[in-house]
Design a protein around this ligand. Sequence first.
Ligand code: SF4
Ligand code: SF4
Length: 179
Amino acid sequence: MAEKQKKIIKTLKIDVDKCNGCRACEVICSAFHASPKYSSNNPARSRIRIIRDPHRDIYVPVYAGEYTVAECAGRDKYTIDGKEYDECSFCRASCPSREEFKEPDSGLPLKCDMCEGEDEPLCVKWCLVDALQVEEREEDVSEDEESEQQDLDIGLESLADKYGMDKIVDALARMNEKD
Ligand code: SF4
Ligand code: SF4
């Protein structure tokens, strides 16, 4: 049986009712991930996006999750407290059917890293109305490296098929640039 080890899982807890659509979270996330760090800000590079419709008082912060090769076949519409939310409003995927969570120059998928190395996720810190909070929990994870490696291989293969290996190598080089 595979050995278990402890891992801290972080999630963002989002209170849609508190979000006022100020987009400070988009600004700080994109600035933190700019190269060099804080040299620019561009919400299109942010790993958190606000799904906004001011006429309907809809502001939904969504942070980037997994890359998906194919768009999903079935979609949902939600009505909550009398507000109808569009399809995909709550979805975190970097998906072919929408613009969010793609690096604008290369088209490569973006994914939230919980601001790796920071004491607190920066979007949480910058949200003055506490619409974003971080939660941590400890989970047992299996050391089944073989299956993780398989997942990684499949992910890289599909990225390479779609974007070409050159772009991926270029993006990795940019990510590893010293700030
Ligand atoms: S900083 Fe907070 S209030 Fe402003 S858009 Fe982001 S989640 Fe909403
Ligand atoms: S936790 Fe950090 S990387 Fe993730 S969306 Fe917020 S600012 Fe961006």
